[in-house]
Design a binder for this molecule. Structure first.
Ligand code: FMN
Length: 134
């Protein structure tokens, strides 16, 4: 199981909005900005479903996703891939839902994506770009 290093945790927390990429079984790619995100236990990312359409439809057909971390406060560039489940109940969901509602009281907070990280690649430009690092 992949465990994010301290540098990667720092990068994840430094980025306010992550690009969240999925594809359905027809292979059509989709990417959407997501700010309701949290890292738990070094190996799992949560993303709150407030307004997702194609993202959730894709996950139901093909439960895999990718994001990248690049921007201010991030040393380097990292692609994170993972297996996704859609969750609408349980302690973890309720806790994440309450955090979301504290920030955005009118958010639907109707479900969450639980992404178990499977692979991490570097996307820094130059030699080694695209190499798997975790
Ligand atoms: C900066 C920003 C942050 C967003 N964060 C979230 C989020 O955390 N959860 C969510 O469901 N939608 C969020 N959205 C809205 C989705 O990106 C938007 O509903 C998008 O259409 C979803 O893509 P989809 O329809 O392909 O699933 C955000 C939008 C922006 C501009």
């Amino acid at each position: 199981m992949v465990q994010l290093t301290d540098d990667l945790i720092e990068a994840f927390n430094a980025i306010r909005v992550i690009p969240f990429a999925t594809a359905g079984i027809d292979g059509a790619p989709n990417v959407a900005p997501m700010a309701g995100k949290e890292l738990v236990n070094r190996d799992t990312i949560l993303v709150m479903d407030n307004f997702m359409q194609k993202t959730v439809a894709n996950i139901r057909e093909n439960p895999r996703a990718a994001i990248y971390l690049w921007g201010e406060g991030v040393k380097g560039c990292f692609q994170i891939h993972g297996d996704v489940t859609y969750v609408t109940e349980g302690e973890q969901f309720e806790a994440f839902r309450q955090k979301t509602l504290a920030r955005m009281p009118k958010a639907p907070a109707k479900g969450m994506l639980v992404i178990k990280i499977t692979d991490v690649y570097t996307c820094s430009a130059g030699p080694g770009a695209g190499d798997k690092i975790l």
